[in-house]
Write a protein that binds this ligand. Structure first.
Ligand code: MN
Length: 508
């Protein structure tokens, strides 16, 4: 039986599958910040983490469960009781909490991961769902590697877990192996074969190993799937998951074909994409569909001419529809609080008058250095204010003597609470000298695995954003620093990363 609803539920797993990407580890506060934005975006279900994986992850899911009211909060659990216990504890404070349990069902997973038989996997799945239902009336079951699972066996599993109480049954293409025709057909056959399928929502979870995650998800929707699992910017294991923005905008722009809607407020897409990219340190490729820097840039003269005559000649959607802001009012050092607040509201920030005063001070600092303050500047100010709480170490001041014929020497002062620590070191270059001094002061020696500088606003007085990746043991984190001075941005980014390593150590 085909599922008849014309609503597709959006299940975002940026905080779970997305966060599994090496180097994308997020602190609890960053996860909360993303969860709030996902709620504003209108995501139906936020998969907030995998509670058994670490005490820090459990705590983050719990905090998110307390704060988020509109979206359902899901936690992941293997089909094992201790995982389900941890997940149940984590989602307990949620207004609506979901336990998402899974087990590999393909022969290759049954044999090499679980080391058992199909019969045993079936029993474990039924047991897990039955057990999870004691804690929540919203239980989702995933047949991991479903796309490579024997069809008759898959039908039996799906029927059994629905009977055991699963309200959502997820059919993942965990390895990104399927093709649109094949995957759509699989969903259609399941809907036509499993007798009790109408008692559950059929979900899909596609990976992008062959670049077909979005196409496979859409094909599944066309064939009756009514929940898609996806991530912002397509972040996720290996080549990533299906991208939320691509699926949502395709359903919107080509509604004539798909004839289904989502609850997503598409005007929030761009902001969410920027936030996730910055907090995870994972850049978005410029030619990425929907949210790439060039997605709405028209370079060809013929196209530019045409689009000025009529936007729809080469534009199939407007930048505004995904929330890319225009510049109606130019903000400068002469702008007042009112203009600033107006712009912040347009960018989706709600600030109290007290907060506005603090933000205005920071705004003026930037406005004094630059002629015009861009939206990106404001977003970086806002993200800066959000980060303050977790900063363990702050840059007090630094001084660098450098040149092409002198030994670069840095003096750095770091603030921790009320105390200030300072020292000096030489290095191969100014950034190296700063980092060596910070290491000496904080008595740390993490491994710097990546260093990137990017101009985030336009012009000579552009703000530079430095992103670093720093590793210590098995933990790898991303640090960011923003300033009109790239050395200052470099120092801030490094201190941000070290603060993060410290707070992750504490959370776990
Ligand atoms: Mn996955």
């Amino acid at each position: 039986m085909k599922q008849s609803s014309d609503k597709v539920f959006i299940f975002d797993t940026t905080l779970r599958d997305g966060e599994q990407v090496p180097g994308a580890a997020l602190t609890k506060n960053e996860k909360i910040e993303i969860a709030k934005q996902l709620e504003a975006l209108g995501v139906d279900i936020i998969e907030a983490g995998f509670p058994i994986s670490s005490p820090g992850d459990l705590q983050a899911v719990k905090e998110i469960s307390k704060i988020i009211k509109k979206s359902i909060i899901a936690g992941l659990a293997r089909a094992v009781r201790k995982d389900i216990d941890a997940c149940a504890e984590a989602i307990k404070p949620a207004k609506r909490g979901r336990i998402h349990t899974f087990i590999g069902t393909s022969d290759i997973h049954v044999k090499y991961i679980t080391n058992t038989t199909r019969e045993d996997v079936l029993n474990r799945a039924i047991d897990a769902v039955t057990y999870a239902c004691k804690f929540s009336d919203d239980v989702e079951f995933s047949a991991m590697d479903a796309a490579r699972t024997d069809f008759d066996y898959l039908c039996k599993i799906v029927e059994s877990v629905i009977k055991a109480g699963a309200k959502t049954v997820n059919i993942p293409d965990s390895v990104g192996y399927s093709t649109p025709e094949e995957f759509g057909n699989l969903i259609k056959r399941l809907l036509n074969t499993v007798p009790n399928i109408n008692k559950a929502v059929v979900a899909v979870h596609c990976h992008n190993d062959l670049g077909m995650a979005t196409a496979n998800s859409l094909s599944a929707i066309l064939n009756g799937a009514r929940q898609v699992e996806c991530t912002i910017n397509g972040l996720g294991e290996r080549a990533g998951n299906a991208s939320l923005e691509e699926i949502v905008m395709t359903l919107k722009v080509r509604n004539d074909i798909y004839k289904v809607d989502t609850n997503i407020k598409t005007e929030e897409i761009y902001k969410t994409s920027r936030l996730v990219s910055r907090l995870t340190g994972m850049p978005v490729q410029p030619n990425k569909a929907i949210v790439g820097a060039n997605a709405f840039a028209h370079a060809s003269g013929i196209h530019q001419d045409a689009i000025l005559k009529k936007e729809t000649t080469f534009g199939i959607m407007t930048p505004k529809s995904i929330g890319i802001p225009g510049h109606e009012i130019v903000l400068t050092s002469r702008s007042g609080r009112h203009a600033l607040k107006h712009r912040l509201t347009y960018l989706g920030y709600k600030v109290t008058d007290k907060e506005l005063n603090d933000i205005y001070v920071k705004f003026l600092e930037i406005a004094d250095k630059k002629k015009e303050v861009f939206d990106e500047d404001l977003i970086s100010i806002m993200q800066g204010t959000g980060q303050k709480a977790k900063e363990i170490y702050q840059l007090d001041y630094f001084y660098v003597a450098t040149g092409n014929k002198v030994l670069p020497t840095a003096t750095v002062a770091i603030k921790k609470g009320e105390k200030i620590f300072k020292d000096a070191m030489t290095g191969d270059g100014p950034v190296d000298a700063i980092y060596k001094t910070i290491n000496k002061i904080l008595k740390v020696e993490p491994k710097l695995t990546d260093f990137q500088i990017k101009a985030i606003t336009k012009g000579q007085e552009a703000q530079g954003e430095v992103t670093v990746r720093v590793a210590k043991g098995d933990k790898e984190v991303t640090g960011r620093g923003i300033s009109t001075d790239i050395l200052e941005a470099s120092a801030k980014a490094y201190l941000d990363a070290i603060s993060k390593l410290e707070s992750i150590k504490k959370e776990n």
